[in-house]
Write a protein that binds this ligand. Sequence first.
Ligand code: AKG
Ligand code: MN
Length: 378
Amino acid sequence: MLGKMAAPVLEHGEDAFRKLFRFYKRRNPPPDFSQVIDFSKRVDDERVFATELDHSSLGEVAACSAGLRPVKEWRAFGLQAHPGFIFISNPFLPGSQRYWIKQCLKAYPQKPNVCNLDMHMSSTETENIWEKSVESIRKKGKREPRTLLEKLRWVTLGYHYNWDTKTYSADHYSPFPPDLHTLSQTVAAACGFPGFQAEAGILNYYRSDSSLGIHVDESELDHTLPLLSFSFGQTAVFLLGGTKRQDPPTAMFMRSGDLMVMSGSSRLLYHAVPCILPAPACQPLPSCLDQRLEKQPVSEDLIQDVSEEDWAVCSRYLQTSRVNMTVRQVLGPGQTLPTTQPLVGAVSESRSGYHDESEEAAQNVKKRKNESGSEVDC
Ligand SMILES: O=C(O)CCC(=O)C(=O)O
Ligand SMILES: [Mn+2]
């Protein structure tokens, strides 16, 4: 297309990943997205195959209680180049994504969970992030200062990931949210991993100009267990590479409701999020978020209805944002974590080495770099 940058020729040269990352991160001219796999459409691509999940592994009632369609209706795919990787195109029942989105914005950022704001603000300042932000988000005109919710970049759950040492430790732990544990166990069971224990979670909050640098998630002690990823809000481009930076990655869209499972030999592959797509002017929110729950949940259900008042804030926020939850089991049978070693130096707010930030939020980046001394890896 005129004015668009054509896909770079990928050689098996050095750092093919970085090259593609920069390609999709670029805004001017906008990149050509024609090579990005779109699982929401009919997939006719030799890189992709449809995969059948074991329907008997998860009952319809349990799936429905977690806000998921029956497994037999899930559209699941694998990638020829990345064995063990599973992509499930939005298996959520109409209306149920709203519950998980509200949890990400209202419940999970609360103490005792840890977030980026804690790194340079007192615990009273970072208490009640939702309550401190909603009024301003509701009435937001363009020039209002950013609310705490809009400054949120990450939240950690369960074993809290230490961005500086890239480790988990036995004594930096808070109880993992039971609802997300059940959702994770439900999805893992459907993908052939019964008994999955959600022990650590990283929630990433992306504004339209954010990206996440190239990395491998290897801090968990047992890599035979899968890593689950849930995406909500605006669409991202996700890059999945190989075990080496020079392996050329595969690009795919991650849309609201999509799930990804990195298991088997895909568990330790390089990956990144180079860009968030701007919402089309005619449709500020993905249409799957317009729907409300079709049936009123009963009290035993995992997911509950989201009030119109709360949804008004979530939907406003998501017009320019994406939220991703990754859930990990850290320990295999019989494994234990060491306790924290005393840290030399400051604790950084940024995801050292891979939490990439916007060029547009340059001021913030500068501030972060000054605070943490960390560089982004892209
Ligand atoms: O946002 C995403 O899709 C990826 C997040 C991720 O890779 C991580 O948290 O380790
Ligand atoms: Mn990751």
